[in-house]
Design a protein around this ligand. Structure first.
Ligand SMILES: *Cc1c(COP(=O)(O)O)cnc(C)c1O
Length: 390
């Protein structure tokens, strides 16, 4: 048993070997939300991505910054990381001191750029505006060894869970201008985009690459690398028709060949696809009212993505330690523990018809954007964390 810090709170982390989740729940009978990590699955996901993807995978740390996740991905061959803040830089450096860090937030504090360059050897920076370029040049004291990447905005992606081009990214004209301005001060120059997280259609990558090809041509600038971002999907409930990570990679390879861009160094920033399957969240039912289950974790805890504004339907199952369920199932709505009525998840989540107080609900594919988004709102922030050998 060892202690480690998660979001400033000391938590007990226990490593369980060779037991099933059912046994674990029967043993712990968890009264608080229980976050179970499977580092081996994360390691395997990293290996699978690296063997399919013909370039460098930067792990998008925000997805799951738990040291266990970072170590697992490192053991699966991840050597480079997409970081967005000084805290993420310090975290990764403390675990993987030789990792290559790419500071991929388009809007950075000047102090963070300075510290990243001078204290943490960061040489890769993204930008989507001329003023950010000047900021980077100034804070790195006109460094000659910068690798700059211009983040572009793509036309809206209707097939992603959350579109990623409405907040960041340069327009076509701005990107052309930025490439021209960045070229003389970049050792290696690149373009990056994000098609939106949990995309369901591989052709969005083809369209994005076609767009980059046209942009590069119009700019007349020679670039060195292309970063195709994240967005690689994972199957959740109701996502039977979803494409796979391999479908997306195939689309990328084909588009690079079609547009004669195969000579560029290729990068990606996978997040969800590397970690989602490596975590499950166990919650307990505290009350039932017809088809509504009040549980002890919710949208301010580890289930942010199940809220109506995202609507992820995590695959769920139920565990009872005292009886067998009768076998019939029905759809349920879920309510989280806080007093806020936004803290509800409409699902529907298919669970045993006779589920009730004291039973546990297991949410699968919670390795991404779950624990990372947990807040202490209303005093319900605590989750115990354990890791299991799958
Ligand atoms: C969040 C994020 C990612 C990871 O996206 P996934 O869809 O989880 O793969 C990658 N790149 C950037 C810039 C991001 O903000």
């Amino acid at each position: 048993m060892s202690t480690y810090l998660s979001q400033g709170k000391a938590l007990q982390i226990r490593h369980y070997k060779d037991s099933s989740l059912q046994d674990l729940v029967a043993h712990l009978r968890p009264a608080k939300p229980l976050y179970v990590m499977f580092p081996k699955i994360m390691k395997q996901s990293a290996q699978a991505f690296s063997s399919a993807f013909p370039g460098t995978a930067l792990y998008a740390v925000k997805t799951n910054p738990d040291p266990l996740a970072i170590k697992a991905l490192k053991s699966g061959g991840i050597r480079a990381f997409d970081v967005a803040s000084l805290a993420e830089i310090q975290l990764v450096k403390s675990i993987a001191p030789r990792a290559e860090l790419h500071f991929m937030h388009p809007v950075k504090a000047p102090e963070d750029i300075h510290a990243a360059y001078f204290s943490y050897d960061v040489r890769h920076f993204v930008l989507d505006h001329e003023d950010e370029l000047f900021k980077i040049m100034r804070e790195t004291e006109l460094a000659q060894d910068l690798n700059l990447t211009v983040r572009i905005a793509l036309p809206k992606n209707e097939t992603a869970l959350i579109d990623f081009s409405s907040k960041f990214g340069a327009s076509l004209e701005q990107a052309i201008d930025l490439l021209r301005k960045c070229r003389p001060v970049s050792r290696h120059l690149g373009l990056s985009f994000h098609v939106g997280t949990q995309t369901t259609d591989p052709s969005v990558y083809s369209k994005a690459i076609a767009y980059c090809a046209a942009l590069i041509k119009q700019s007349g600038v020679t670039i060195d690398n292309l970063n195709v971002g994240g967005g690689f999907p994972v199957a959740y409930e109701g996502d039977d028709q979803i494409c796979t990570m391999e479908d997306c990679v195939d689309a990328i390879k084909q588009a690079l060949a079609t547009h004669k861009l195969s000579h560029l160094k290729l990068l990606a920033e996978p997040g969800r696809v590397l970690t989602a399957r490596g975590g499950v969240l166990v919650t307990r039912v505290e009350l039932r009212k017809d088809d509504m289950l009040y549980i002890n974790d919710g949208v301010y805890g580890g289930l942010f993505d199940a809220a109506k504004w995202v609507g992820t339907r995590y695959p769920v199952s139920a565990i009872s330690c005292d009886r067998a369920f009768d076998g019939s199932v029905q759809g349920f709505r879920l309510a989280g523990p806080t007093c806020d009525s936004l803290d509800m998840m409409s699902g529907p989540f298919e669970l045993p018809s006779d589920i009730g107080i004291g039973d546990w609900i297991v949410f699968e594919n919670c390795g991404a954007y779950s624990q990372a988004l947990r807040s202490d709102f209303n005093g319900f922030g605590h989750a115990d964390i354990v890791s299991m050998e799958a």
